[in-house]
Design a binder for this molecule. Structure first.
Ligand SMILES: [Zn+2]
Length: 511
């Protein structure tokens, strides 16, 4: 009798709260079956992967490559049957467009060897092929300018680097194990240690960098050699150029191995000579654009509400931005293709946005928020804020979705738990209450709106992103197919649900 009572008590304790807390989400299992079938048997993931990487190439913000990519994506949206397709300008972009059209760099003394290298974006061109000795220039304070004044005209200079190479004993690609996924389900109250940020020191460093760049330009330096990347793979970054200002000195990123070799030769007093030819094109394209398309809502009351999905279309200029972030765009396009193919008539409008300018500061998604959700100057909330339902982003490489990060939104846990039931046997069922950052969902999450990224297996992302090796080969087609199926089901559920998804309280963010 006692055991029976205990048992009954236990059952009540577990079952009742579940029912009391969680509304039934009315999963449409027939639709989910259709989504899975369409995603598995008619997948366009491989096609989209080819077009978005090999065909479009690099897509640096505002570059000619990016303009071509935006136009191509808009055409693709139209042929997919999406409505209201637009290339939408949302923010100014002071740096303008920049495309590299030629890069050649080789050591010519003490022996010949060519280097894989990448010009820093928004830096200038050499005067044809320049040849000469490489000079080490170490500027630690403005006092050091005197040492080099009048000596650098036409010279190829190399800057010192504190970077050292450390071998990694970790696998480049890892899938979450049952154990590591279980860890993700645990909430922690530990406060994260904030690194002390010395703003004064940062500003001083920045000022010296600017003065040094001006000094090199005024002295007529022909090329600056810098260090970024490893494994003989150069990594991309960019200079702070503004349309109309003087062109920055040509600057070349060498991976740590080639950069280090030159420094070691010079430290042993072995003269080093190089020949370099860099040609870049600047265009005064001062806009960040997003490419958008829709499956219009069909419910009279709900059709103005927006279920939004997206990923950034811009990339760095090395490689073809495959994992970062063609993969996200490919998945989101395929998710919409699946819904179109099975004839979904959503109650809410489902909108896709492939953002621009993510790599220079989430400009595309932030610009969308400013244009449609909240006025940046007046803090006034616009109709887009009221009508916003949810945003799903993908920007953590090619890896398979294993669950979702809730960004602290406890209210949405019971909903996503139910939405993920049909994907548990595909390995996607983990809920992490924590947040993930550094990409476009943050622009919406900052207003308390439901905006999420999925938990993804980490596949070679650390080594490849922003480098010349971020190409088609980095994409795992089966993982991308899986992700598109999950996104299609999630946005279907969101678009058909009676209510908007629960939000966190709105707090006006500081601009
Ligand atoms: Zn990215």
């Amino acid at each position: 009798m006692k055991t029976k009572l205990l048992l009954a008590g236990l059952i009540m304790a577990f079952i009742i709260p579940l029912f009391a807390l969680a509304q039934n989400e009315n999963l449409n299992l027939e639709m989910i079956y259709k989504i899975k079938q369409e995603g598995k048997t008619h997948s366009q993931i491989e096609e989209y992967s080819f077009w978005m990487t090999d065909f479009l190439g690099p897509r640096l913000t505002a570059s000619q490559g990016k303009i071509r990519a935006s136009d191509w994506v808009a055409e693709k949206f139209k042929t997919m049957g999406l409505s209201n397709v637009v290339v939408d300008s949302v923010r100014p972009f002071e740096r303008g467009g920049w495309d590299n059209i030629k890069t050649y760099a080789a050591l010519t003394a003490p022996y010949y060897t060519n280097f894989a290298s990448l010009p820093k974006a928004w830096t200038g061109s050499t005067n044809g092929l320049v040849k000469g000795e490489v000079v080490l220039v170490d500027i630690q304070s403005p006092d050091d300018f005197k040492k080099f004044a009048g000596k650098l005209n036409g010279k190829i200079i190399i800057l010192p680097s504190a970077a050292t190479y450390e071998p990694s004993f970790e696998a480049l690609a890892v899938r979450y194990t049952d154990e590591s996924l279980k860890e993700l389900t645990q909430e922690s109250t530990a406060t994260r240690q904030r690194r002390n940020f010395d703003r004064a020191a940062y500003l001083k460093r920045r000022e010296l960098m600017q003065k040094t760049a001006d000094f090199f330009r005024e002295e007529g330096v022909s090329v600056i050699l810098n260090n970024s990347g490893e494994f003989n793979v150069p990594r991309a970054n960019g200079a702070n150029y503004k349309i109309g200002s003087e062109l920055p000195t040509p600057e070349l990123n060498l991976p740590i191995e080639d950069h280090g070799r030159i420094l070691r030769l010079l430290a042993h007093n072995v003269p080093v000579e190089m020949e370099i030819d860099i040609q870049n094109e600047f265009i005064p394209n001062n806009k960040v654009v997003n490419v958008m398309g829709e499956i219009p809502g069909t419910d009279k009351k709900l059709k103005d509400q927006i279920v939004l999905i997206g990923a950034h279309l811009d990339s760095w200029h090395g490689g073809t931005g495959a994992a970062d972030n063609a993969s996200g765009g490919i998945v989101m396009m395929e998710a919409l293709r699946i819904l179109k193919a099975i004839g979904v008539q959503p109650k809410r409008t489902i909108r896709i946005a492939l953002w621009g300018g993510e790599e220079q500061g989430l400009h595309g998604s932030r610009g969308y928020v400013e244009k449609y959700l909240r006025d940046k100057e007046t803090n006034e909330l616009k109709p887009g804020f009221t009508n916003f339902d949810v945003y799903f982003n993908m920007d953590n490489g090619t890896g398979k979705f294993r669950g979702i990060h809730l960004q602290g939104n406890e209210m949405i846990r019971p909903i996503f738990e139910q939405w993920m039931v049909p994907f548990a046997d595909m390995g996607c069922s983990t809920i992490n209450i924590g947040s993930t950052g550094s990409t476009d969902h943050v622009s919406f999450d900052a207003l308390g709106l439901p905006a999420f990224q999925f938990i993804q297996d980490r596949i070679e992302y650390g080594r490849g992103y922003h480098t010349v090796m971020d190409t088609y080969e980095r994409l795992l087609m089966d993982d991308l197919k899986h992700n598109a199926i999950v996104v299609a089901a999630f946005i279907y559920q969101a678009a058909m649900r009676d209510e908007l998804l629960p939000r966190k309280p709105y707090i006006a963010p500081e601009n």
